[in-house]
Design a protein around this ligand. Structure first.
Ligand code: PRX
Length: 668
């Protein structure tokens, strides 16, 4: 997609011009009560960033040792709160123990399965109970050989135990890397290899839309997979901790695999939180980039936690009495910052739901909102569009009056979806915060503050405190208002990524080379006359499918690993539900017939290599791909063909013009 392209999924209401001001009632009780209040704080935050962040870090976090330097910036390496020491699990748990929060629900969890007429399983953990579980499990990790700095892979369903596992790692200074349960054995193996993890935490299986995802079986397979030299990818793994969840049968390898519940019985509940340097690695989270190899985004301790805490507090306007629900999976960064760390660092109640929004029926979310009196709901546009499709009768069946604030994340929200959300879920009374950010940014960067910022459907509005985004042209110069360009961030911020695990060169090239001295987001954007940011979508070879970030190169390499395939090119086309859908143009090897069954074979191959989320929606067998004379695939043209629109723009660099005519006629 180019910066000027039509945003994914946006249709007739692209020009929706209404402005929605926060209600007086909402503003009165909010942390930030007016636009003037926001502007004053924002201006202080960017004029004297060190002073601003030092004050916030001192107020918001508990430090074992104060820092000496607020920010050390030697491009592209940032260090925040240098010399300071703290512990994330201490800040999320221990600090609430001798306060009235101790017996407040930290997590409310609801499982997916429901028997007819019988509600799903529910579990509530107070701060005190969660603290105990985390201490126990931290001791389990130690008992299984995990020490400070070791990497631990977490491959779990959406269970309270996922949060327990993450927090237990942070308690002893281990670095976690969560892999989304929808990813394949191959993805698990590749990630283990990349970060040289010592231990995997998984479950027998997880429930998803009524069926069981065999997580442990995937781990078993991951541990056998080999690289091209015949070397086992996951040979660093010494132990696998298995949680009993779905009750499906699993193989247990003596000496390697242990059961979570049995281990918990062997340890005591005392576990002192390690004093960690502010810059100690906290977690690695893999995300797609424009090459075939996922990037291990590294976040560290102090700056990340400050960002998660402050953005949760101000963007969601968190209050003690809130029941806050972010529907993201912990396998994504949203689950890290806004299911676990942000809410718990604020002493909030965070709800976790295990399963699908339409299981057993399309009103599951609304039933949950009603049942627990959810006050804040944070979800993705792709989910909102699915709810629109399923029909308004489902939310209408439920009392949603507890809701006071709605959030959106993951992709541009089209104004129709925004308005539907506002009207049918928010009852026209809830502000909507459309939050723009990335795995790399660690926390929310561009967003309304609900008591302060007038919102415009489709715009993420204005920057968070201390963040200096800008829209620039090809040469890196700021563009005039209302002109499309690349979105960059001018200054380092505490919760930015610290690097790509084991690949400093790629970190520099991808993020700090596009525009001198600035962080390059990979997104296209424009700013309107009021300075509001309108994100257009990715301008690199990364697609956003149903809120999941997928690299076209990764999918292409999965497709060509099928011996019948000679070459493949993957592009996105606008999709009403998913934002973007994947279209693969595939050239088969000579003599291979383009049979329909081969499409399914290729789709399965992608599911196996990456995970079901990356399966192409559309596979077109073609004889050739449009290439420049230097052999580069002209994706711009493929995108137009995939979208079924007229081919526009320069085609003179095309090596063989006949290819286009053939592609347009290609069998769909
Ligand atoms: O293109 C932007 C889009 O999602 C990308 C980041 O994806 P990921 O690292 O997986 O993180 C998703 C959760 C933060 C961005 O580069 N994106 C995210 N939020 C928005 C968005 N696009 C438009 N509006 C948003 N609110």
């Amino acid at each position: 997609m180019t910066a000027k392209a039509k945003p994914a999924g946006i249709t007739s209401l692209q020009q929706e011009g209404r402005v929605f001001k926060p209600s007086k009632e909402f503003s009165k009780g909010a942390h930030i009560k007016s636009l003037a209040h926001y502007k004053k704080l924002y201006s202080e935050s960017v004029k004297s960033p060190d002073k601003f962040w030092a004050k916030q870090a001192a107020n918001e976090l508990v430090w074992f040792k104060p820092w000496k330097t607020v920010c050390q910036w030697k491009e592209p390496v940032a260090k925040w709160f240098v010399g300071g020491q703290l512990n994330v699990s201490h800040n999320c748990l221990d600090r609430w123990l001798n306060t009235p929060h101790a017996n407040k629900a930290a997590l409310i969890w609801e499982g997916e399965p429901e028997a007819p007429g019988k509600a799903g399983e529910v579990r509530t953990l107070t701060y005190k109970q969660l603290h105990r579980e985390v201490c126990l499990f931290a001791n389990v990790l130690k008992r299984n050989g995990i020490k400070r700095g070791d990497r631990v892979m977490i491959y779990l369903p959406m269970l309270a135990e996922a949060a327990v596992a993450m927090l237990a790692c942070t308690r002893i200074g281990a670095v976690h890397s969560v892999v989304f349960g929808g990813f394949s054995a191959q993805s698990v193996a590749d990630r283990i290899f990349d970060c040289q993890a010592k231990l995997v935490i998984t479950a027998d299986g997880g429930f998803r839309r009524g069926s069981v995802v065999p997580l442990k079986r995937n781990v078993d397979e991951a541990l056998t997979l080999k690289d091209s030299q015949g070397d086992r990818l996951a040979k660093t793994i010494e132990k696998v901790i298995v949680l009993r969840r779905a009750g499906n049968e699993v193989a247990i390898e003596e000496g390697r695999d242990v059961w979570w519940h049995q281990e918990m019985e062997c340890v005591d509940a005392q576990c002192v939180a390690e004093k960690m340097d502010s810059e100690a690695p906290l977690f690695i989270l893999y995300t797609s980039g424009s090459t075939g190899k996922p990037k291990g985004i590294l976040h560290t301790t102090g700056g990340y936690l400050l960002g998660a805490k402050m953005t949760s507090k101000y963007v969601f306007d968190l209050r003690d009495e809130d029941v806050y629900w972010c529907t993201a999976d912990v396998g994504w960064v949203t689950g890290h910052s806004y299911v676990v760390y942000g809410p718990l660092a604020n002493g909030a109640t965070s709800l976790i739901y295990e399963g699908a929004p339409n299981f057993p029926e399309p009103d599951r979310f609304w039933r949950i909102v009603e049942k627990y009196g959810v006050t804040i709901l944070y979800t993705a546009p792709t989910a909102i569009r699915a709810f629109m499709k399923w029909g308004v009768e489902w939310p209408k069946k439920h009392d949603l009056r507890s809701l006071r604030l709605l959030g959106s994340v993951g992709e541009p929200i089209n104004p129709e979806a925004w308005l539907w959300y506002h009207e049918n879920i928010g009852g026209k009374r809830c502000p909507i915060v459309d939050t723009w950010w990335q795995t790399e940014t660690g926390g929310i960067m561009i967003t309304p503050l609900p008591g302060a910022t007038p919102t415009k459907p489709g715009s993420a509005t204005l920057p968070f405190f201390g963040i200096v985004p800008e829209v620039v042209d090809e040469a890196g110069k700021p563009v005039p208002r209302n002109t499309g360009g690349k979105l960059i961030v001018r200054k380092p911020w505490p919760f930015m990524l610290r690097g790509l695990w084991g690949d400093p060169q790629r970190y520099k090239e991808v993020y700090w080379s596009e525009v001198k001295g600035c962080y390059f987001t990979g997104d296209g954007c424009r700013q309107d006359k009021d300075g509001y940011f309108w994100i257009v979508g990715r301008i690199d070879d990364v697609l956003n499918v149903a809120g999941h970030r997928i690299g076209t190169a990764e999918v292409e390499s999965a497709i060509v690993s099928n011996p019948k395939v000679a070459e493949a090119a993957v592009v996105g086309r606008p999709d009403d539900l998913k934002g973007q859908a994947l279209v693969a143009f595939v050239i088969l090897k000579t003599g291979v017939k383009p049979e329909p069954a081969l499409r399914e074979e290729i789709r399965q191959q992608v599911a196996k290599e990456i995970g079901p989320v990356a399966k192409p929606d559309d596979i077109r067998f073609v004889e050739a791909l449009p290439k420049t004379r230097s052999g580069k695939i002209m994706r711009r043209l493929l995108k137009q063909i995939a979208a079924g629109v007229e081919i526009k723009g320069d085609t003179t660099t095309l090596e063989d013009i006949n290819v286009l005519a053939k592609l347009s006629q290609a069998e769909e």
